[in-house]
Design a protein around this ligand. Structure first.
Ligand code: DAH
Length: 357
């Protein structure tokens, strides 16, 4: 089987010669029977790899007497070459990989890697749930523009020109408020929709009574941190009718908290001030934002009885009609309901977070 020149050489160790012969014979026989690419690779490692059978024999070269080294070396090389070329030929023929080839059967059902399907973002879901809960309490939905003017954002809400809330540094003005008569701006609150709804109703004669909620985006140039963002969402509520009182406001908010959070929701109204309501209050709920922390009072927004001067400015007779209004942060509500400790988590769109809520 070996080349003629080797046959006649004196080999230092007949055992070594025998072993080489055996490696070559076994290797070639095994190789001929392989059918898969994986087996082929396993064969290569076993025979030709750095820890393979041939390398093990070559390790014995150091003990071969100098005079015989060339002959032994030649023999080893001949075996190596024989195995290598047989391996390459087998590889090229493709005979050993046919077992691995993927046969595409179009009638087979697909392999489903993941059952994940998209769903609405938490803010959208909470917004819709809020509209739903208030809807069951008789509130319609009203919408207003995000690009507003200072008449709806400030003037009609009783926020006079000298009020600090109107400072350019606290608002995204589109026009220069110093030189423009009715500067446009990104609205800072959804209370603008109260004004639009009341003016529209008075003008067109469809109300009062009226009962609306208005969800939407608002903008303030706040520095982003765990509780602030330059854009966030609010839901505004407005109910105008004859004889509406603070009791109606309180019971509406109580019912909302029970329906949206839980039957044993704890709420409180804390006296406060807003230019467009009198009296005014903050609406707080007992909430645990982190699972390992005790619940504490979290402010969800403001509320109060619509100031008679606001009603009058919108063309509604304040002698005949009274009403309440409220405005809550949707992020706050979402964070309270789902125990989210940082508002930024709501905007980062990290699936590891979004998939949990
Ligand atoms: N617009 C207020 C804000 O953004 C929240 C608010 C307070 C809305 C009292 C109201 C209200 O309707 O009556 O801070």
């Amino acid at each position: 089987m070996f080349g003629a020149s080797l046959e006649h050489n004196c080999i230092y160790d007949p055992l070594m010669r025998e072993e080489l012969e055996q490696i070559q014979e076994a290797g070639l026989a095994e190789l001929a029977s392989l059918t898969s690419g994986e087996d082929l690779e396993r064969w290569r490692v076993a025979y030709l790899g750095s820890k393979g059978r041939l390398k093990a024999v070559m390790g014995g070269m150091k003990d071969v007497p100098k005079a015989e080294k060339p002959a032994v070396g030649q023999l080893v090389n001949a075996v190596k070459q024989a195995l290598e070329s047989a391996f390459e030929a087998k590889q090229a023929s493709g005979a050993a990989s046919s077992g691995d080839r993927l046969l595409l059967d179009m009638t087979e059902p697909g392999i489903v890697e993941s059952h994940a399907i998209g769903r609405q973002h938490i803010i959208t879901r909470v917004r819709d749930e809020l509209v739903d809960v208030f809807g069951r309490m008789g509130f319609d939905v009203a919408h207003g523009p995000e690009l507003e003017d200072d008449e709806h954002n400030f003037v009609n809400l009783n926020i006079p020109p000298e009020h600090p809330a109107r400072e350019p540094i606290d608002n995204f003005y589109v026009d220069d408020p110093m030189t423009t008569e009715r500067p446009r701006m990104l609205r800072t609150q959804t209370s603008t929709v109260q004004i639009r709804t009341m003016v529209d109703a008075a003008k067109k004669g469809w109300g009062p009574p009226m009962k609306i909620v208005s969800p939407g985006r608002v903008y303030r140039p706040d520095t982003v941190d765990a509780t602030h963002s330059f854009m966030f969402h609010q839901i505004e509520g407005l109910y105008i009718d004859r004889g509406v009182s603070m009791i109606d406001l309180k019971s509406t908010l109580m019912q909302f908290a029970r329906a949206f959070f839980s039957e044993d929701a704890e709420v409180r109204l804390r006296p406060s001030f807003f230019p467009f309501t009198e009296p005014s209050a903050e609406f707080d709920m007992m909430i645990a934002l982190k699972p390992d922390e005790p619940a504490k009072w979290i402010e969800l927004g403001g509320c109060g009885m619509v100031d008679p001067s606001v009603l009058e400015a919108c063309g509604i007779d304040a002698e005949e009609w009274t009403g309440f209004a409220f405005g809550f942060g949707i992020e706050r509500i979402a964070m309270g309901k789902y125990g989210v400790p940082d508002i930024r988590m709501l905007y980062e769109n990290d699936l590891r977070f979004l998939e949990q809520i």
